[in-house]
Design a protein around this ligand. Structure first.
Ligand SMILES: [Zn+2]
Ligand SMILES: [Zn+2]
Length: 274
């Protein structure tokens, strides 16, 4: 049981170790009642290509970062409160197998496990933590969700005007509301999306129209839901939100993308809790 781990020394040591691995670049992870449920490497679909990321599942948070040195040093920490997280399985597509979307209010993206078994383990553990957490707090699952970004490679043309062809000069932009890849003229405006950032965010002309006419809530449900099941990712509130997409939070972060991490199997500390 996770409950048994709460006050265990082993759990405390594990969390201190994770915190130490992120060093001063990370936040304090040690907290009363917090349990490290599992950890392992998942392949995260970033804007341009899939990249390995180390994930840590706590009973209340999902934390991930880039691997600088396996089990020793991680960088670029991201933290998603599990109360806001929702999972959605993704069908296998060519080399991209065993994937699922991690959807949250601030950031949504797709990850892939090495095997189908690992995928179901991860999903089961994460979902269990979410339901336990919601049961404890009495809160409702999150409905304000940020879109999963369509990867650049899936959009040779602007998805809105369907005319503008992307080149080195004609750059891609992502609508923060629907996640589509659009050209500059099709995303010239910004709109305040409070759950994503305190600053207005780039949105496509379609979303802008709907948002400003009140047909769509700035805090409401992900409009892309139901329309498509894209794979991509999104900025969180702490990321660059200037609208200049020369940086993608996951593109330029790690000093080096290491060769395949040796121990790729996830570890779940108490696999049998129910
Ligand atoms: Zn366009
Ligand atoms: Zn849009």
């Amino acid at each position: 049981m996770v409950d048994r781990l709460v006050n265990s020394e082993a759990n405390e040591k594990r969390i201190s170790h994770v915190q130490a691995c992120f060093g001063s670049s990370g936040q304090t992870l040690i907290a009363p009642g917090r349990v490290l449920v599992g950890e392992g490497v998942l392949t995260k679909l970033c804007r341009k290509r899939p990249k390995p990321r180390q994930f840590f599942l706590f009973n209340d948070l999902l934390v991930y970062g880039s691997v600088v040195m396996n089990k020793k040093k991680y960088s670029t920490q991201h933290i998603l409160p599990l109360e806001d997280v929702r999972l959605k399985s993704v069908e296998d597509d060519g080399n991209l197998r065993n994937g699922w979307q991690i959807i949250s209010a601030t950031k949504s993206f797709t990850v892939y496990a090495a095997t189908a078994t690992e995928k179901s383990e991860w999903m089961a553990h994460i979902n269990k933590c979410i339901s336990d957490l919601l049961a404890k707090s009495g809160k409702k699952p999150a409905t304000e969700l940020s879109p999963v970004w369509v990867p650049d490679s899936e959009a040779p043309l602007c998805m809105l005007c369907k005319k503008s062809k992307f080149t080195a000069l004609n750059r891609r932009h992502h609508c923060r509301k629907c996640g589509k890849v659009v050209c500059g003229p099709c995303s010239a405006k910004k709109f305040l999306l409070p759950q994503q950032s305190v600053k207005p965010q780039r949105v496509c002309n379609d979303c802008y129209e709907q948002l400003s006419s009140g047909q769509m809530s700035a805090q409401g449900k992900n409009p892309a839901e139901g329309k498509r099941q894209g794979n991509s990712l999104n900025y969180g509130p702490n990321d660059d939100s200037s609208g200049d997409e020369s940086t993608d939070d996951d593109e330029d972060d790690a000093p080096v993308d290491m060769a395949p991490v040796e121990d790729e199997h996830p570890t779940f500390y108490e696999g049998n809790y129910k």
